[in-house]
Design a protein around this ligand. Structure first.
Ligand code: LLP
Length: 431
């Protein structure tokens, strides 16, 4: 089992998280249920901040909200002193509603609508990460119209491929994100610098991918970014002050996964940036990091109740749970692997391999292809580990299944961060 944070087996042989017995939580709050270990969430925020403080003179850690953003999470991130990366009007709204300081918000997106750009400007968003020439032109026009000045980072494509699933690679040449180097990006820089009343060019951004275990791809990315910053200085005389290297640090989904620690990742990245700056004789920029998954992924588990068990003789045993691809699309979408245990039999040895199936009307709704478990019976509780990132955030109502609620647990207490949806919620907007 994945022993992240406060996860352990208690005296009754039940899985425990945040000091709470998961069997009791399932009874009280129902299943499926997302449970977040608040202590681990906070610890990961602090580890990132401390690691950056120790390995680099000035920087900021910005939580990538797309991994998991609800009011409770926005508040937690704010309390821990991180910035917040939002990527839509909806995420921006959530952050502001939670009272998150607008000046610590970073607004991303490859196709922000005019409405979203206006919302970001009106809210006083700290940075807008501009993704294309069209967007830069639109933003200038909008800022002029509103008599405002937008502080921006330009997102660049450093042409680096990180080793991860193709759908979650983003830094490579053929990508919908960011400006191409160098001509297109230089043109954007010149345009941004030509309207000092409406655009403050604070720096550059890149993001090379997600669920990355190697530090290597960040080195050429940092070199490319610094080389470009030096080129901008040479061509325009302008010295930018911020470099945002995006997110991407991978987490442990299965016991065999071995990602670098937060400390090792941050220290190596800081070294890569420092060396690149030295090579280019460029003053050290402020270094911004945007971790999502590595802050919240391992802090979450999903609890399901086991229902139908079906033997396909000589082939496999299907064990079905009361959720599936609607609360965790990652196996179906990326072939992502997960590990699970029986939460009510957490102290028992595994005896055989079963296939964990969801309840959606899709043959592809398989959560775990091979799960080694103790004898499974209807009514048992299954806990799937490392579901804190990109699960609730990507959940749907497919087959009109209500989305599960989210609990935050800490020191033996559980609080509802998000209520479970009801059937009524699902028809609330239908006419
Ligand atoms: N910054 C930017 C600009 C991003 O696009 C992302 C993730 C992050 C930061 C955070 O990356 P992280 O630290 O979480 O790797 N749905 C996929 C992941 C998509 C990631 C998209 N961008 C999944 O479930 O694996």
């Amino acid at each position: 089992m994945i022993r992240a944070g406060t996860i352990q087996v208690n005296g009754q042989g039940h899985l425990e998280i945040g000091g709470c017995d998961t069997v009791e939580l399932a009874e009280r709050y129902g299943t499926p249920l997302y449970i977040m270990d608040e202590e681990l969430l906070r610890k990961n925020c602090r580890r990132f901040r401390n690691a950056l403080q120790q390995s680099y003179p000035h920087g900021q850690v910005i939580f990538a909200g797309k991994a998991f953003l609800v009011l409770a999470m926005a508040r937690l991130v704010g309390e821990e002193g991180l910035g917040l990366d939002v990527v839509s009007g909806g995420e921006l709204y959530t952050a502001l509603k939670a009272g998150f300081p607008a000046e610590r918000l970073f607004f991303h997106g490859n196709n922000k609508t005019g409405t979203e750009l206006a919302e970001a400007l009106d809210a006083g968003t700290g940075r807008i990460i501009v993704d294309s020439m069209m967007e830069l032109e639109d933003l200038i026009a909008l800022a002029r119209q509103k008599g405002k000045k937008a502080a921006v980072l330009l997102r660049l494509r450093p042409g680096v491929e990180a080793h991860t699933h193709e759908y979650i690679q983003t830094g490579q040449e053929d990508s919908k994100f960011g400006f191409a180097l160098e001509e297109e990006a230089l043109t954007a820089v010149r345009l941004a610098l030509s309207v000092p009343d409406h655009i403050e060019l604070a720096g550059f951004h890149c993001h090379i991918g997600s669920q990355i275990f190697q530090i290597e791809p960040y080195r050429p990315a940092a070199q490319t970014m610094l080389r470009f910053m030096a080129l901008v200085r040479k061509q325009t005389g302008f010295v930018v002050s911020q470099l945002n290297m995006g997110g991407g640090l991978g987490i442990r989904y299965r016991s065999s996964d071995n990602p670098p620690s937060i400390e090792a990742f941050v220290a190596n990245l800081a070294t890569a940036v420092t060396q690149a700056a030295e090579e280019e004789e460029f003053p050290l920029p402020e270094l911004l990091l945007e971790p999502g998954r590595s802050i919240c992924g391992e802090a979450g588990i999903t609890l399901y109740r086991i229902g139908v068990i079906k033997e396909v003789p000589g082939i496999r045993r299907y064990v079905s749970v009361d959720g599936g691809m609607m609360d965790n699309i990652r196996p179906a979408l990326y072939g992502a692997g997960y590990e699970a245990i029986l939460a009510n039999k957490a102290d028992r040895e595994g005896v055989g391999t079963v296939t964990i199936a969801g309840k959606a009307c899709e043959s592809g709704d398989i959560l775990i292809d091979e799960s080694f478990l103790p004898p499974v019976e209807k009514g048992d509780l299954l806990a799937v580990f490392s579901t804190g990132a990109y699960c609730y955030a990507m959940a749907s109502n497919y087959n009109r299944n209500p989305r599960p609620g989210v609990l935050f647990v800490r020191d033996g207490k559980a609080r509802v961060a998000v209520r479970r949806e009801s059937y009524e919620h699902m028809v609330a907007l239908d006419m």
